[in-house]
Structures are given as structure tokens and as C-alpha cells.
Design a protein around this ligand. Structure first.
Ligand code: CA
Length: 364
């Protein structure tokens, strides 16, 4: 004999209960009316990133017949963008849409949720998260901050950024003042770069005045809006510190645990939808933006292999240093890097060969 409370626990159970003639209250309890606030770490002007949170909220409402409503607020409307996780952690808001690596000052382990230098590409990030234990490992860590996190967006491999001078050798990095945050900045610092933390809106004037020599932001679609090509000619790639940076839906842990299972499933699926929606939007917009930037005079440059290799080595050194004193960092690092090894073993065979051929064959 199945107990009634087990029926109330899931939407499927509630539906089965209805079919079997169970009374209505169990169903009503499993679909309460809930209104949440989501604070985004991003301004509305970044329509692709900000738009992912709106896409998520719309899906949640549709999946729950409008019972579960999430109102999206831009950065600064409730709390500043970089305080979104704190607002979730302390219950000011129920959830936020953010990049976990913004909080790497609290603990460098936060970087793995978004991206670490020479980490995973977008496809691999999804594989590690959804099927390689990533979501569980990250949540074991987020739990310490009273947060439950779900994948909710990706930009794909970012660009290396805008440089006023060409980078031909490792020597050219010495003394270079570059706007780059997080672990990427720490890796470059090992090679003589002076990393600068500058908010999006302040990058252009700093580059224009020559206060900084280089700046990374996102990719063609977002970089074009900030007009960097007018003040720095060389557009470098790839952004090896962000090979497949993923955004998160962070939910206050008690609020998450208090949701009916069906609403948890709605949030999980809406976040997964936002994850794909955002990548698809970037993959549609970036080619057009790149064409416009190049037509306007941007000079595309790959980082020299020598520079990439030196940065790769510096990243490995940095990871060993942090892992030696941070067990959470080590645990997630080891999982991700083991995954990366196998992922590229496979990737080089068919995906890479297909892409490399296609790039040549489809060149107009
Ligand atoms: Ca970036």
C-alpha cells in the first residue's frame, strides 16, 4: 500500500494519484504559487547573458502553468552584480544568475564553476557537469555558502582580448598592463603581466588613455558594443582562460530544498534550456559581429604557440600551488583535469578532424 505523502512528493505521483481517484489536496500542495526574485550579475545591455536569465524564468513559468514565477532584476537593481551570490547566500533574494568565478576571492575553488585557464571547452563543460559528476562536486562546495547551483549559460570560447601592441614573444608580456580578472590574471602575472580589475564600463577609457595596454572582455558580439576596436587594433585569440565559461543559477539552499520536486525539476530543466539558449545565441551573433569588426579594421592575431605553452605551464604551476593548501580546490581540479585528458583523447579523433576540414572546405 503506497502512502499518501509519497504521492505528494512528485508531480508524477500527484498525476498518478489523480488517475487513481485520490483527493485533490495532494495535487494542490505539489503545485503551490511561488514568486521569486532573481538578481542578475549582468546589465540588460549584455542582452545575450542577461537574456539567458529571462529565458530561464519564462521556461519555469511555462513548465509550472504560471504557478512558479521568477522576476529577473538587472545588476544593481537589488544588489551590485558582484554581490549576487552573497544576496542568495543570506536570503536577500531566492536566486541569482551569475559567474561563480566572480567569487574566487572568497575561495579560488569558485573558479571551476565558470572556467579555469586551459580547462574545458563548452561541450566538455556540459559533459563534465551533467554526466561527469561536476554538478554534484560543485554543489558539495557551494553548500558551504548555503547555495545550490545549476548550469545556466555559456559563452563558448572567449576571445583573448584587445591589445594596443602585438604580442610576438613571451618577452612582450613583461610589464603589460592588462584588464583580466581571476585565475587568468594570476597565470599571466607569473609571466610579467600586471593584471588589472576594471569594470566593463571603465575599460574603454582606460584603453583609450593608455592606462592599460590590453583588455579582455567576452567575444565579438559583446566586445563590439563596447567599441574596443577603436582604441586597440589587435584582437587576439583564443581566450585560453575561458575556453567554455559557464554561468550558474545559484539558489538559496533552503529555498531549493523547500521546493516541490516538480518545481526543482522545472528549475533544473529551465536552467539547462538557458544554458543551450545562450550558447546558440552567441554562435549566431558572433560570426556577424566578427565580420563587422574586421571590416572596421580589427587585426585578428592568434597568440603565438610559445606564449600559449608558457601560459599553460604557468597555469599548471599555479594549480599545484593552490591545491597544496586547498583541499576543495584540489578535489575539483583533479576531477576536471582527469576528465579533460579523456575528453581531448576523443575530441582529437573525429570532432577536431571534422572541424579542421570544414573550416578549409567551406571558406568562401
Ligand atoms: Ca572574459
Amino acid at each position: 500500500m503506497i502512502k499518501r505523502r509519497q504521492f505528494a512528493a512528485t508531480a508524477a505521483g500527484a498525476a498518478a494519484g489523480m488517475a487513481a481517484g485520490f483527493p485533490a489536496p495532494a495535487i494542490a500542495q505539489s503545485a503551490p504559487e511561488i514568486k521569486w526574485r532573481l538578481t542578475s550579475s549582468f546589465p540588460k545591455s549584455l542582452d545575450t547573458i542577461y537574456g539567458a536569465a529571462e529565458a530561464l524564468a519564462k521556461q519555469v513559468a511555462e513548465l509550472t502553468d504560471g504557478k512558479f514565477q521568477i522576476q529577473v532584476f538587472a545588476a544593481g537593481e537589488i544588489v551590485p552584480g558582484l554581490q549576487a551570490a552573497d544576496a542568495v547566500s543570506n536570503g536577500t533574494v531566492e536566486c541569482c544568475h551569475t559567474a561563480s568565478y566572480y567569487y574566487f576571492g572568497k575561495d579560488p575553488t569558485f573558479a571551476f564553476g565558470t572556467a579555469v585557464p586551459f580547462g574545458l571547452n563548452c561541450r566538455q563543460v556540459n559533459a563534465w557537469n551533467y554526466n561527469g559528476g561536476g554538478i554534484e562536486l560543485l554543489n558539495e562546495f557551494y553548500k558551504k555558502f548555503n547555495i545550490y547551483g545549476l548550469p545556466a549559460g555559456n559563452t563558448g570560447a572567449q576571445m583573448g582580448g584587445w591589445f594596443r601592441k602585438e604580442i610576438k614573444t613571451i618577452e612582450d608580456l613583461k610589464g603589460l598592463k592588462m584588464r583580466i580578472a581571476g585565475l587568468g590574471g594570476q597565470v599571466l602575472a607569473k609571466l610579467g603581466v600586471v593584471p588589472q580589475q576594471i569594470a566593463g564600463g571603465d575599460i574603454y577609457p582606460a584603453l583609450e588613455k593608455g592606462t592599460i595596454d590590453a583588455a579582455e572582455w567576452v567575444g565579438p558580439y559583446d566586445d563590439e558594443k563596447l567599441g574596443f576596436n577603436k582604441v586597440a587594433q589587435y584582437y587576439y585569440y583564443p581566450g585560453w582562460w575561458e575556453g567554455g565559461p559557464m554561468l550558474h543559477l545559484f539558489v538559496n539552499l533552503e529555498k531549493w530544498n523547500g521546493l516541490p520536486k516538480s518545481y526543482q525539476a522545472a528549475l533544473f530543466n529551465a536552467a539547462a534550456y538557458a544554458n543551450h539558449w545562450m550558447m546558440a545565441k552567441y554562435d549566431t551573433q558572433n560570426p556577424q559581429a566578427l565580420k563587422r569588426l574586421v571590416a572596421a579594421g580589427a587585426q585578428l592575431r592568434p597568440f603565438p604557440t610559445e606564449v600559449m605553452q608558457a601560459c599553460y605551464n604557468a597555469a599548471k604551476e599555479l594549480y599545484a600551488e593552490i591545491a597544496a593548501k586547498n583541499a576543495d580546490f584540489k578535489k575539483i581540479h583533479d576531477s576536471m583535469m582527469a576528465f579533460r585528458g579523456d575528453a581531448y583523447l576523443w575530441w582529437q579523433v573525429s570532432e577536431l578532424t571534422f572541424d579542421a576540414f570544414q573550416v578549409r572546405a567551406t571558406r568562401g
